[in-house]
Design a protein around this ligand. Sequence first.
Ligand SMILES: *[C@@H]1O[C@H](CO)[C@@H](O)[C@H](O)[C@H]1NC(C)=O
Ligand SMILES: *[C@@H]1O[C@H](CO)[C@@H](O)[C@H](O)[C@H]1NC(C)=O
Ligand SMILES: *[C@@H]1O[C@H](CO)[C@@H](O)[C@H](O)[C@H]1NC(C)=O
Ligand SMILES: *[C@@H]1O[C@H](CO)[C@@H](O)[C@H](O)[C@H]1NC(C)=O
Ligand SMILES: *[C@@H]1O[C@H](CO)[C@@H](O)[C@H](O)[C@H]1NC(C)=O
Ligand SMILES: *[C@@H]1O[C@H](CO)[C@@H](O)[C@H](O)[C@H]1NC(C)=O
Ligand SMILES: *[C@@H]1O[C@H](CO)[C@@H](O)[C@H](O)[C@H]1NC(C)=O
Ligand SMILES: *[C@@H]1O[C@H](CO)[C@@H](O)[C@H](O)[C@H]1NC(C)=O
Ligand SMILES: *[C@@H]1O[C@H](CO)[C@@H](O)[C@H](O)[C@H]1NC(C)=O
Length: 465
Amino acid sequence: MVTAGGFLSFLVPALISGTQASVDYPPLPEDLTTPYQQRLAIYGPNAVSVGWNTYAAQNRSCVQYGSSPDSLKSQACSSQSSTYDTSRTYSHTVVLDDLTPATNYFYKIVSTNSSVEQFLSPRTPGDETPFNLSVVIDLGVYGADGFTVDSSKAKKDDIPSIEPDLNHTTIGRLAATVDDYDVVIHPGDFAYADDWYLRPKNLLHGEYAYQAILEQFYNQLVPISARKAYMASPGNHEASCQEIPYTTGTCPEGQHNFTDFMHRFSDTMPRAFLSNSINHTAQQLASKAHSLSNPTFWYSFKYGMAHIVMIDTETDFPDAPDGQDGSAGLDGGPSSSWTSSRPILPEAFEGLFYRYGVDLGVFGHVHNSQRFLPVVNGTADRKNMTDPKAPMYIVAGGAGNIEDLSSVRDKPSYTEFAYADDYSYSMLRVLNRTHLQVDFIRSSTGEILDSSTLYKSHSSPFVVQ
Ligand SMILES: *[C@@H]1O[C@H](CO)[C@@H](O)[C@H](O)[C@H]1NC(C)=O
Ligand SMILES: *[C@@H]1O[C@H](CO)[C@@H](O)[C@H](O)[C@H]1NC(C)=O
Ligand SMILES: *[C@@H]1O[C@H](CO)[C@@H](O)[C@H](O)[C@H]1NC(C)=O
Ligand SMILES: *[C@@H]1O[C@H](CO)[C@@H](O)[C@H](O)[C@H]1NC(C)=O
Ligand SMILES: *[C@@H]1O[C@H](CO)[C@@H](O)[C@H](O)[C@H]1NC(C)=O
Ligand SMILES: *[C@@H]1O[C@H](CO)[C@@H](O)[C@H](O)[C@H]1NC(C)=O
Ligand SMILES: *[C@@H]1O[C@H](CO)[C@@H](O)[C@H](O)[C@H]1NC(C)=O
Ligand SMILES: *[C@@H]1O[C@H](CO)[C@@H](O)[C@H](O)[C@H]1NC(C)=O
Ligand SMILES: *[C@@H]1O[C@H](CO)[C@@H](O)[C@H](O)[C@H]1NC(C)=O
């Protein structure tokens, strides 16, 4: 969300480059093959991608893996290593395929300075084992460049056992409870690197500060992203070096048009899965979705009983903020005002969600937690939570970031829960093929702030309403 603070700071010169000396870059390792910013993702029904960055280019990037930590018998490699202007690091991606479903694997990124980590391979689409899925949005970096920058606003983290980089309230909670969920979805707004100018120390070093925040943030995420499939899609804070209309054009090469995000995630996120249905039409449609998907922006994946579609709310639909002539100015059109309610979104998507029987819509951007009854066109579904036709919606944008929480201003009549007192995130518990439990968790304490269960009969496999 664009806060008032963000808009005022827009008067600050967009980008003044100086030396990198005073920016908080993480220290360079002696061993330049050391993997950083490790990230896993579900890449297919039997495949997991492993992404990481190093401070030197590598001709060959490999991952060894196997079902026991001291017997990593398989190896997968890639010969691509990518970087971009202003980045200090090189991205690598290796795909591990032919995995046995729902099995614990151990893996080691091949380096003279790396350790063995583990992950659970994806559950087969249709597997009816219950599982939990964490939702974080609007997360932000922790530390002097992040949400502790103004001590009057900062919500201090006091999780005692997480040291030393994990004092991010929400990252700390997710790390401490890493065995409680299988997958994380993070649909947008990651490091808030584009808010570098909110720290006075960074003002003369924008180009470097932007990169330093990205490096810090993706290192802080490692205890989660190197253990769990971390499914990413972009938000407005991934777009460019500044989110403010008119100034994005001044961002240097490498810091506009989602460049870092694409280098980091485009090769690690999946395409829509192919279908193994015997229904020929279903096969053809899945095949078309596979070819049309454009990870990390638009893609879908299946995990056990869930089919999850990641939608890019920035580009590629009529009047999208970062699309041609959009309000964010990425393609330099007339800048209309960019409101937090973003009325273009319902216009573009709500009808589709209803028509195809979406169970739950998950949104962020607004920095708090909210839950709504199943609703369509502003009217609550009269069946409430018991087999409604309309989708249920949540806002899960209270995970913590430099712009702070935003109070809940409008509460439409179908609001069931609204919370902005402390950082929080959501946990989706897929109980069985008809019941989905949606919880909100207070990051600092782990307490469940709100819990509700949606029942959908799912009487036919293809919904067209
Ligand atoms: C090895 O990696 C760790 C981070 O995992 C880093 O702190 C350390 O400096 C590295 N060692 C060398 C020799 O580069
Ligand atoms: C990578 O390949 C290039 C060209 O073949 C070679 O010059 C370079 O030494 C190699 N680098 C490493 C780290 O092996
Ligand atoms: C899901 O979370 C609940 C509550 O934390 C926990 O009791 C349960 O074991 C978790 N289920 C799985 C499959 O991880
Ligand atoms: C993290 O929190 C612990 C316990 O509250 C504290 O001792 C430590 O100094 C904190 N570390 C950082 C880097 O803030
Ligand atoms: C096959 O799938 C299509 C949609 O993908 C659906 O409309 C049709 O009813 C299905 N046919 C059968 C026999 O299930
Ligand atoms: C942004 O990147 C996309 C995909 O690489 C490209 O199609 C588009 O032309 C770029 N837009 C600008 C303004 O650079
Ligand atoms: C919602 O409104 C649109 C536009 O007015 C209309 O086409 C659609 O039928 C409505 N949907 C429902 C379920 O009422
Ligand atoms: C909808 O159902 C929930 C429980 O599932 C209940 O708390 C709430 O009062 C109901 N709301 C309406 C408007 O019926
Ligand atoms: C699904 O889970 C709900 C909530 O725990 C339970 O009430 C229901 O009986 C379960 N349904 C089946 C078919 O197991």
